[in-house]
Design a protein around this ligand. Structure first.
Ligand code: PXP
Length: 248
């Protein structure tokens, strides 16, 4: 059974498009509310809720994260950059897990995997601090053997394989096959090293048919496609449909 972590950032994107400056003052008029969204998603079968508190606060706000921490019944996964300020925030918040991601101010969404090799000391410090606090750390990495190996050496219990390159190559047969092989070999290598393997980025209702066959998948983190589908079908149907496709 593959679990679904629902990334609700884009519910907040929609809210911020209208209420950027009013977010803290207008109360119930500010919609759509990411916390209500998360609670509905849980009711429909989401196994966890993921949010990315970005440095520029372009979608999820700190207040959302604290409200989620108090309200949701499943698991809260906080995506964050590997900085001292975010580490301090996570230690106060105490999410169930954190996922360390690279963050570049100009990017539209997370573009590449975290380079654990270049940022070894920073990542190690953050993983150690989270482990000491009882918070599981996931490292969002490209399916590169050296990145996987070092992630295991640093003691992170989980990795999240970046599926973005595969998703982008989906309609280019040879490239897609190559990216899928990288993911499959990466997942197998990671399991062999004792890592729990999650995956995410660019997963949709079409490419899930192949991605779900990756070996030993624990959880998929999916955001944009489910939030987009929810506009047409409603959130509960969008979540149910994805879960059925993940575990037919
Ligand atoms: N996993 C990680 C680490 C991400 O940064 C994102 C995007 O915020 C996702 C999963 C979800 O990607 P998508 O919105 O394309 O489903």
């Amino acid at each position: 059974m593959i679990l679904l972590g629902l990334n609700i950032d884009h519910c907040a994107t929609l809210r911020q498009a209208r209420y950027r400056s009013a977010a803290l003052t207008v109360g119930g008029a500010v919609e759509p509310d990411p916390v209500t969204f998360a609670l509905l998603a849980e009711r429909a079968g989401a196994d966890g809720i993921t949010v990315h508190l970005r440095e520029d606060r372009r979608h999820i706000q700190e207040r959302d994260v604290w409200r989620l921490r108090e309200s949701i019944a499943t698991r809260l996964n906080l995506e964050m950059s590997c900085t001292p300020a975010m580490t301090r925030f996570a230690l106060k918040l105490r999410p169930d897990s954190v996922c360390l991601v690279p963050e570049n101010r100009a990017e539209i969404t997370t573009e590449g995997g975290l380079d654990v090799i270049s940022h070894r000391r920073r990542v190690a410090k953050c993983v150690d601090a989270m482990t000491a606090a009882g918070i599981a750390t996931s490292l969002f990495i490209d399916p590169e053997p050296a990145q996987i190996q070092l992630s295991a050496e640093l003691g992170a219990p989980w990795i999240e394989l970046h599926t973005g390159a595969y998703a982008e190559a989906y309609f280019i047969a040879r490239k897609r096959a190559k990216e899928f092989t990288r993911l499959r070999e990466g997942a197998t290598r990671a399991c062999g090293l004792g890592l729990i393997v999650n995956a995410g980025h660019g997963i949709n209702y079409v490419n899930i048919a192949e991605l779900r066959t990756l070996p030993r998948l624990h959880e998929l983190n999916i955001g944009h496609s489910i939030v987009s589908r929810a506009i047409f079908t409603g959130l509960e149907e969008a979540v149910r449909e994805m879960k059925t496709k993940m575990n037919p």
